[in-house]
Design a binder for this molecule. Structure first.
Ligand code: ARG
Length: 280
């Protein structure tokens, strides 16, 4: 049966070919190019070509994986995930004619979810790193991130040099974790599931510093006004945030890039950021 079908297919293809050739002959010289293009397009529609990959894992939806423990980029307000990333994602989804669905998960699981097509994109104040680029593609960057050091005033950590030999709290698998583990040794780096837990450990004296992204750091300071927390003046690292997308899904990558680039140019991203990070 299979054989018959493929024979039929070949016959059809040959017939189409003949018709196309005769068309081309009829139209003669000047329109030749247009005819060639048209026949290329026709050929693309034959069942032999691979099916066009669908844009998202759930049709009509843009599923975003995030870790909503990261104010002001993503956090809960009245039971809803809000923040800079949530709004940027909503704007991207709207441009793509998709409905945004946000899935909250451990930060550690986001890349895996992107790779296994559990979600379409990871948007989580996520830094572009060489290592992550081995498993996913990153979109055009939409923000700059800074790794900052939070300490308790008077606890003996005044500069990056003072960090050697101290216990440092981080959120598991973040760049703060990766860099600090490299610079100060795994033994000195205590990994928490949430940034807020690392800050609680700092307040409780279990660690002497927390290395975390600057905007969340500022939120944690604001949330604990009486704890004597301060952010060191020296930045530990400067990074770029971008959306992580499955390597196979270049169509979605291109669409997300186009949306982000448009929103950078027309001021949408700046407006969203300004809503959550008031100018100092
Ligand atoms: N920028 C850091 C990183 O990419 C931390 C991101 C943490 N994000 C979050 N939603 N918890 O590793």
């Amino acid at each position: 049966m299979k054989k018959i079908i493929s024979l039929l297919l070949i016959a059809t293809l040959m017939l189409t070919g003949i018709v196309m050739v005769s068309c081309a002959d009829d139209t003669k010289t000047n329109e030749n190019e247009a005819v060639e293009n048209a026949s290329d397009a026709d050929l693309n529609e034959t069942p032999e070509e691979p099916e066009v990959k669908k844009l998202t894992v759930n049709e009509g939806k843009l599923t975003m994986g995030t870790n909503a423990q990261f104010p002001p980029y993503e956090y809960y307000e009245d039971g809803k995930i809000v923040g800079i990333d949530a709004e940027i994602a909503a704007a991207i989804a709207e441009k793509l004619g998709l409905e945004l669905v946000i899935e909250d998960m451990e930060f550690n699981s986001i890349i895996t979810a992107v790779v296994s097509n559990g979600v379409d994109m990871g948007l989580a104040g996520m830094t572009v790193t060489e290592e992550r680029l081995e498993s996913v593609n990153f979109s055009t960057s939409y923000a700059t991130g800074i790794q900052s050091v939070i300490v308790v005033e008077g606890n003996g950590v005044e500069s990056l040099d003072d960090l050697a030999g101290k216990k440092i709290g981080v959120q598991l698998s973040t760049t703060g974790d990766i860099y600090a583990s490299g610079d100060y040794g795994e033994d000195n780096v205590i990994k928490y599931n949430k940034g807020a837990d690392a800050v609680l450990a700092l307040i409780g004296g279990d660690v002497q510093a927390v290395i975390i992204d600057n905007e969340p750091a500022k939120s944690y300071l604001a949330a604990n006004p009486d704890a004597g927390l301060k952010i060191l003046d020296t930045e530990y690292a400067v990074e770029e945030y971008a959306a992580a997308i499955n390597k196979e899904n270049t169509e979605l990558l291109n669409a997300v890039n186009a949306a982000i680039e448009e929103m950078i140019l027309d001021g949408t991203i700046d407006a969203i950021v300004a809503k959550y990070i008031p100018a100092e």
